[in-house]
Design a protein around this ligand. Structure first.
Ligand code: ADP
Ligand code: 5RP
Length: 542
């Protein structure tokens, strides 16, 4: 299908957005006004081992993606020939393939199907520290410090610990780029992935060979970056000749269907939300899933120590991006609840209602108060700094750890609820700290536009608004992250001239959660000071 074939007349056309998160892959089928007709989901495995090792399988993910695309199309009863575009987003995990696209084992299991080092894998903390000690110029564009969650420390880890894998790797991909290559055979990388996670300098359209030489990965530069990306294109760019016969067959779509260069999952959430009001520079995109990401767009680059970026054209084309967040967000709430003596009973009660534990506990909390903002009183005396997986921003400190203060001998569900609320407040104070740090550096925002699985609850949105002090906007789209990747697919298909146009046309506000004033605001101000003190004391103890 050529872009020119899409006309307002003729049969309706559809696009598919695919989102591969940490725990599941989802596909949504959208019409060209941004309405989602169907969604399909598959859970994906995570393999964990000692030493912060977390791995996945690219084969499993690819099979899941093909299956959910088929399911989304058939459950909507749409003719595959009417699907004109496909967009992908995925976690920023590292996929390692040998000759012929063969999966290579990335860890001690020696299992080739474990060929992905997941973004949250912290095996490369030592490599990241050594890179940071070198202080290379490119680090200015990742908030001053490389994170072990980024790809160059991980590849260095492979070279130093699994030399055979490193030497025989044919391609190192960010997961979204792997998916577009599998779909089209096109090895182009997206400016989103390589700028945010690989130190590509999109504002100068180049890699910096001296960085790779300095850190001990000179061979990647000597090969002209053939294993990490020679063609770098903006998200939404139409790749290759669209779907290959093999991929189309696996997905139940037509060969040649347009496939867009993809994005990291959080950034797709940004694309699906920050167009609201036509003012991307005023909107902070907050994607609250397993991790959380804060994404702030500016016209000029703003350097905020400890906040990733500034990245050029990594999310909104032509704008700079600062990206912060918490490495464990939904995952921190899960971890916190799992420690509590009432977790077993509550999990069983949640299961009987077909809900996850945090959703169940959140609903119990909402039922205990007359107004959502009052839930903060349930957490009276309990304080959580939820940094189970380090502080992503504004300290860029992978060694930070969580703090829970104010625990008693309680073992009941009410106390579990209190812990849940305190954990969410802690997430909100982390958000407030990032917003304040960025504002001091010159990147202030007016509102937070929320997406992600944990951001779907209205009580969660209200707690975040109260805790961070900014209005939280819920977009009209039920699945803003999927809408973001569908937007990419629609641009590749030629339905919109560019991503910015599509963003503004397809995103709108559903509801606004204004921060509460009065006593609630005072309580949060007080709790925020406690959060800062606890965080500071923990840092000093270490
Ligand atoms: N109401 C809720 N309150 C707190 N956490 C929640 C809630 N709903 C979902 N979560 C958490 O959000 C995370 C899943 O987010 P989601 O965006 O669906 O996944 P992914 O990050 O894999 O894309 C899980 O950690 C889950 O426990
Ligand atoms: O680092 C990230 C974005 O830059 C994300 O945290 C990562 O991609 C995981 O996303 P999720 O929490 O939605 O599974």
């Amino acid at each position: 299908m050529n872009p020119a074939d899409i006309s307002p007349e003729g049969p309706p056309r559809y696009v598919i957005g695919v989102d591969v998160g940490t725990g599941s892959a989802r596909a949504g089928l959208f019409d060209l006004s941004g309405h989602m007709l169907s969604v399909a989901k598959r859970d994906i495995s995570l393999f964990r081992e000692a030493g912060s090792i977390v791995e996945q399988s690219s084969t499993e993910i690819w099979n899941a993606v093909c299956a959910i695309i088929r399911e989304a199309v058939s459950s909507a009863g749409v003719d595959p020939a009417q699907v004109v575009g496909l967009g992908f987003d995925a976690t920023c995990s590292l996929v390692v393939l040998g000759e012929g696209g063969k999966p290579l084992a990335v860890g001690p299991s020696e299992k080739a199907e474990r060929d992905i080092i997941v973004w949250m894998d912290h095996r490369a903390v030592g490599q990241a520290e050594r890179i940071n000690a070198m202080g290379h110029e490119v680090l200015r564009y990742v908030g001053g410090r490389i994170s072990p969650e980024m790809e160059t420390p991980k590849i260095l880890w492979l070279k130093e610990n699994r030399h055979e894998t490193f030497a025989s790797a044919w391609q190192f991909f960010d997961l979204a780029d792997f998916l577009t290559w599998k779909s089209t055979g096109d090895l182009s990388r997206s400016t989103c992935t390589v700028t945010c996670k690989w130190t590509y300098l999109a504002h100068e359209a180049r890699w910096d060979a001296s960085y790779f030489e300095a850190i001990g990965l000179g061979e990647l530069a000597n090969e002209n970056f053939a294993r990490i990306g020679t063609e770098i294109v903006e998200p939404g760019t139409r790749l290759g000749r669209g779907l290959t016969d093999e991929a189309a067959n696996a997905m139940g779509l037509k060969p040649g269907t347009a496939v867009a260069a993809g994005m990291i999952d959080a950034h797709a959430g940004g694309i699906g939300t920050v167009g609201i009001g036509g003012k991307p520079a005023e909107n902070l995109a907050y994607v609250f899933g397993t991790s959380s990401c804060t994404m702030t767009s500016t016209v000029e680059p703003v350097f905020v120590p400890g906040v990733w970026g500034p990245y050029y054209s990594a999310m909104v084309p032509g704008m700079w991006l600062n990206e912060g967040g918490q490495s464990a967000a939904g995952a921190a709430i899960d971890q916190l609840l799992s420690f509590h003596p009432a977790a077993g009973d509550a999990t069983e009660a949640a299961r009987l209602q077909g809900k996850s534990l945090p959703v169940f506990v959140g609903e119990v909390a909402a039922g205990m108060v007359s107004k959502p903002s009052e839930v903060v009183e349930l957490a009276n005396g309990l304080h959580v700094v939820p940094e189970f997986l380090g502080n992503r921003a504004p300290f860029a400190d992978p060694h930070a750890r969580a703090i829970v203060a104010g625990l008693g001998m309680e073992r009941d569900i009410d106390n579990l609820v209190a812990l849940y609320v305190a954990g969410l407040c802690g997430i909100g104070y982390g958000l407030r700290q990032i917003i304040e740090t960025q504002a001091k550096a010159g990147a202030s925002v007016e509102r937070v536009v929320i997406s992600g699985g944990a951001g779907a609850s209205s009580m969660v949105r209200q707690i975040l608004a109260d805790a961070c002090g900014k209005p939280v906007i819920a977009p009209a789209a039920d699945e803003p992250v999927l809408l973001g990747s569908a937007i990419l697919g629609s641009v590749a298909a030629g339905a919109f001239p560019n991503v910015r146009n599509a963003m503004e046309a397809l995103s709108s506000v559903a509801s606004v959660y204004a921060p509460a004033g009065g006593g609630v605001a005072e309580t949060h101000a007080h709790r925020y000071q406690a959060f800062l003190s606890l965080q500071d004391v923990a840092r000093r103890i270490r």
